[in-house]
Design a binder for this molecule. Structure first.
Ligand SMILES: *Cc1c(COP(=O)(O)O)cnc(C)c1O
Length: 459
């Protein structure tokens, strides 16, 4: 992958900050006997990615083009993260009542929020329209609901339809959204569908946006750009048909892939924006406002799971480091290791990068099934009891997405940045879950619920 010089420097500095943060987390006791696994977030890195996103599009869009970069909250559903991005000029793309509430708690105004879920209830739609949140209708039935709501009360919400250009998938099926049979949006190439979409706009002057999200990790850049180009072409067709610029804003979704194989940021936002300008010059010419919905690419590189090695053992000639990070914080990797490999870094008991000869070993998690492995057959400096193993690039869709297997508690998440005097300052992003909370969230208040249920006595 092509990597520019600036991105290389940035990557080196990011790795340096990470090493310092791991060391400081051990030193300051965030990571220790009572907290065997934590998530760390690099606040500077997150700001850098936000800046890179804004400047990449500013460089290719006609001056004055209205742009909303809406962070896909599902990638890191943490209020402080959404607030930091908001401060950096990034809005929010939400897909559930919970995500909408998180964005509001972070202070993201309705006018900078987009609602996209595939299963919006009437109540959710009513709330979104009352707030003025932008909504993309997923299908004809949802559009019927919008019709009724628009008739019943005026709204400031920009409204559009999500289409699926059906241009194909990438290397990971579960994150490919523009396949022939995807569950998302109106399938544009199905018989009569394109004409139906054009008609839908012609009949509803209040439909002013058009949305497509071609997919996430594993989608080639060219395919993402094609999705955007097809969306642009459809908007042009609709506007020509209605004889005015009814669609004024295109929402091209997110999905920039992340490099999980190395430190470098690749591809960069700059590269994607330049490709868009090449493949869809009209999209960047200033005649349409633009909405983007990036998630993983804004956060992945800035998060690290760090876990203590509880035991180092051997079994049938296999070396295994048993750590406290497994399926509960790296669910996708554990269940689909081929599609979602993670880099692992070895640190010693004091949190310093471990050196020494590399040996092939497995890095296991704490859960009670054999497949709970962060990495298999990995060459690393040999991990010993008391050392630390870090799963890198886990800032999106990992430790923010706890999976409660074995009632393992959610780890604490801490943001970090240089403290200005040569050290590292931490701030709590999410408290570690307590065991009392685990019990409470597991029906602790309803212990007798089932024993008091009885079948009606037969007469
Ligand atoms: C998940 C999702 C995104 C973000 O995808 P990333 O791969 O995290 O960038 C954007 N838009 C929609 C509609 C999504 O479902």
């Amino acid at each position: 992958m092509a990597v520019d010089h600036e991105a290389e420097t940035e990557a080196r500095e990011r790795a340096g900050r990470r090493d310092e943060a791991v060391r400081a987390a051990v030193e300051q006791g965030l990571l220790g006997p009572d907290a065997a696994v934590v998530g760390l977030l690099d606040a500077i890195g997150i700001r850098e990615s936000a800046t890179a996103l804004r400047t990449a599009f500013e460089a290719v869009l006609a001056p004055g083009t209205p742009v909303l970069h809406a962070f896909a909250v599902k990638a890191s559903p943490l209020v402080p993260v959404v607030r930091l991005l908001h401060e950096e000029g990034i809005g929010a793309e939400v897909a559930s009542p919970g995500e909408l509430a998180l964005a509001r708690a972070a202070g993201v105004p309705a006018g900078r929020t987009v609602l996209d879920s595939p299963a919006k209830t009437p109540a959710e739609l009513r709330e979104a329209l009352a707030l003025g949140v932008a909504v993309n209708a997923d299908n004809p039935q949802e559009l019927d609901r919008l019709d009724a709501l628009v008739r019943s009360a005026p709204t400031r919400s920009p409204l559009g339809i999500r289409v699926n250009p059906q241009i194909g998938g990438g290397s990971i099926g579960s994150t490919s959204t523009a396949t022939e049979t995807s569950k998302f949006g109106v399938a544009l190439r199905d018989e009569g569908a394109r004409e139906w979409v054009v008609e839908a706009y012609a009949r509803r002057p209040w439909l002013t946006r058009l949305h497509a999200h071609t997919g996430s990790q594993g989608i080639p850049l060219e395919l993402l750009a094609r999705g955007a180009a097809e969306t642009y072409a459809l908007a042009e067709e609709i506007n020509a048909r209605v004889g005015r610029r009814q669609i004024d804003t295109l929402d091209i979704g997110g999905g920039l892939p992340v490099n999980f194989a190395g430190e470098a940021t690749a591809p960069t936002y700059a590269r994607y924006a330049r490709l868009l300008a090449e493949r869809a010059p009209g999209l960047c010419a200033g005649r349409y406002g633009l909405v983007t919905e990036f998630g993983r690419s804004l956060l992945a590189k800035h998060g690290t799971v760090v876990a203590r090695v509880e035991y180092a053992k051997r079994s049938g000639g296999r070396r295994i480091a048993v750590t406290h990070a497994g399926v509960q914080v790296a669910t996708r990797t554990v269940y689909a290791p081929g599609a979602w490999p993670l880099r692992i870094a070895a640190y010693d008991a004091e949190g310093r990068p471990k050196s020494g000869p590399e040996v092939v070993q497995d890095v296991a998690g704490p859960a009670c099934f054999s497949g709970d492995l962060l990495a298999e057959g990995r060459a690393l400096p040999e991990l010993a009891q008391g050392d630390h193993a870090a799963a890198l690039d886990t800032g999106a869709y990992y430790f923010g997405h706890h999976y409660a297997y074995n009632s393992l508690a959610r780890p604490g998440i801490y943001g970090f940045a240089p403290d200005g005097t040569g050290g590292i300052a931490f701030a709590t992003v999410r408290e570690p879950q307590t065991i009392a909370e685990v019990v409470a969230e597991s029906g602790g208040a309803h212990a007798s619920a089932l024993t008091t249920l009885r079948a009606p006595e037969s007469r």
